[in-house]
Design a protein around this ligand. Sequence first.
Ligand code: ADP
Ligand code: MG
Length: 226
Amino acid sequence: LRQDLQDKEKLRVLGELTSVFAHEIRNPMQVVRGFLQLLDDSELPGKKKQYIQLSIEELDRANGIINDLLAFSKPTDESRQRTDAGARILRVIEMMHSYSDRYQIAVKRDVRSEMWIHANPQKFDQCVMNILKNAIESMPDGGQVTVCCGPSKSGMVEILIKDEGVGMTKEQVDRLGSPYYSLKESGTGLGLMVSYQIIRDMKGKVQVKSEIGKGTTVSIQLPGVI
Ligand code: ADP
Ligand code: MG
């Protein structure tokens, strides 16, 4: 219970700080990114080019963190609409293409379309993307990720994201979704916090099954709409 209260307090402070600062920080970052891109000239010697590209990548990473925080600071959503979960998932997989390539991951998909849910499409995308990203990152030496979307036995829309990666202990699984919980060297522990919040907002459920050295399956159940 105490841990729970601490987490709640952290979330509250996080939400307040975020909306105040995120936009202010992002503007100068965009300016710097723009100048870096102008400097990124094909004539440059390799080292300089590499430093510029690394700088752009790090800026993008910081921007990703800001996105996660922003999504979290506005948990209740006004702009929900009838959304095809299957179609959105296929788009997200496409968007993550270069990322999965970099990790040498084949993304196998068994995704039905016309899987209608009530959701904010951008938030839904972000939720799936954060979970898919973790699945990819769990296999540093490559492998296969499987993404399924279809009707569950109980009439919900079910999404499965399965990897054959490092896996987690039960204790680790239990802590998923709490703020700043990350076992990665440069992780933020915000991805799943955001995803879990988005799933809660959609009145959905999430379940994680994992085994060390074997892999992880994240299953999401969302109420369908006609
Ligand atoms: P981050 O990815 O920035 O570390 P997340 O909130 O996305 O933050 O994930 C929190 C932690 O949960 C990760 O650091 C990782 O240890 C663990 N985790 C999440 N998904 C998986 C997965 N599919 N396989 C193994 N570990 C995972
Ligand atoms: Mg993550």
